[in-house]
Design a protein around this ligand. Structure first.
Ligand code: GCO
Ligand code: MG
Length: 402
């Protein structure tokens, strides 16, 4: 089999998605997600201008060799743009290989390790009371695990609290909107939220929370301690993680489980975190961390250190990424949980897929490949619209982490 051509498809059914479609001389094609929220066109150009011209004529079955060619061959290694582009190629090639074998992708990875993939949903509200009600709705819908984010008294807006509760969307503006942050106000609110949640729903539901990179290690250690009796499933992105050693302070001071990695793009971003057992869940995704090929390498390394997977699955990762992630999750021995932030009806129509939700679990389906396609006619109805994530400032105006 030979690759004949590849095409980059940009569509914006409510938010921007970049996809790569790779065609072969045997009539089979594969699709991969190439979406990098807020920087979408840079990956589209990387693919169109620099990768697509090198694909024609290659054997699509040589996934590993093509991965190494694109990674080593760029000379400039790593980085979100390069790695998202490589991920898209990798996802599309695994799709082709599985279609050629006439098997769902998980079979090629080693088969099922479990019957379904436990997912967590996103509940949020302006106040603790509203957030508690929203968590209840997810539990009623059958979710076994829910992430809870709440508005902070005294702050106009904060990460994770949305107007539309069902299809929450953080990138909403053609120029970055500005949020305001106070660590003192935040640290005061969050333990009250989880105290109320445990009093209302007991200890059984898994509860998660995303700090979204806003604390220092010592502040994160304090929050972890304050949350200990509420038995969190995880505390996510407690600090920015460029300095992996920073996690030592958090780790030495709390037994609250730690998750990190949605913005990592290679194994090098988490090597120290894993080797030193500084985290419990690694959140690297199929789309931003080098596709199935590289994610598998990260997960295997993590398994040596009791670290489980918890792949990023926000709405800015397209259904193609979700489909591929579910096959990975069904196989990966050290699976922890999968994030599942529901896509809108418009998005689902552009990306017909075989995965489905039931009683807290997602199932990838038995379609050959990763089970997600792109309907180009519907996709063409939604042209690209520039859209940024917000930024964040302290109350005195100092730039902070969003
Ligand atoms: C999450 C994430 C998202 C990101 C978004 C950025 O845990 O799902 O933190 O909400 O902010 O994916 O593009
Ligand atoms: Mg997050």
């Amino acid at each position: 089999m030979k690759i004949t051509e590849a095409k980059v498809i940009i569509t914006s059914p409510g938010r921007n998605f970049v996809s790569l479609k790779i065609y072969t001389d045997e009539g089979l094609y594969g699709v991969g997600d190439a979406t990098l929220n807020g920087r979408e066109l840079s990956v589209a150009s990387y693919l169109k201008d620099h990768i697509v011209p090198m694909l024609a004529g290659r054997d699509p079955h040589q996934i590993e060799d093509i991965w190494q060619f694109l990674y080593r061959g760029a000379y400039w290694r790593k980085g979100p743009v390069t790695m998202t582009a490589i991920s898209a190629v990798d996802m599309a090639l695994w799709d082709i290989k599985a279609k050629a074998a006439n098997m769902p992708l998980y079979q090629l990875l080693g088969g099922k390790s479990r019957s379904g993939v436990m997912v967590y949903g996103h509940a949020n509200g302006d106040s603790i009371e509203e957030t508690v009600d929203e968590v209840g709705k997810f539990l009623n819908d059958g979710y076994l695990a829910v992430r809870a984010q709440t508005g902070i008294p005294g702050l106009k807006s904060t990460y994770g609290v949305s107007k539309d509760k069902m299809f929450y969307e953080p990138a909403d503006s053609d120029l970055p909107s500005e949020n305001e942050w106070s660590t003192t106000k935040y640290l005061d609110s969050i333990p009250k939220l989880f105290d109320t949640l445990r009093n209302t729903y007991g200890n059984e539901p898994h509860l998660l929370h995303d700090v979204h990179h806003r604390l220092t290690p010592i502040e994160a250690a304090r929050l972890g301690k304050d949350l200990e009796s509420f038995r969190m499933f995880w505390l996510e992105d407690a600090v920015p993680a460029e300095n992996q050693a920073g996690f030592r302070t958090i780790r030495q001071n709390t037994v609250t489980p730690l998750a990190v990695g949605e913005i990592f793009n290679t194994i090098w971003d988490c090597k120290e975190l894993l080797e030193e057992q500084l985290i419990d869940y690694i959140r690297t995704s199929v789309v931003h961390a080098g596709g199935i090929t590289h994610l598998r390498r990260i997960a295997d390394f993590a398994s040596l250190f009791h670290v489980r997977t918890g792949c990023h699955g926000a709405t800015d990762l397209s259904p193609i990424c979700m489909g591929a992630a579910l096959h990975f999750d069904l196989w990966v021995p050290n699976f922890g949980i999968q994030e599942y932030m529901r896509h809108s009806e418009e998005t689902n129509a552009v990306f017909p897929h075989s995965y489905s939700f039931k009683n807290g679990y997602l199932y990838p389906g038995e379609t050959a490949g990763h089970g997600v396609d792109i309907d180009e006619k519907i996709a063409a109805k939604y042209p690209y619209k520039r859209c940024y994530l917000p930024v964040n400032r302290l109350e005195d105006g100092t730039m902070w982490n969003w």
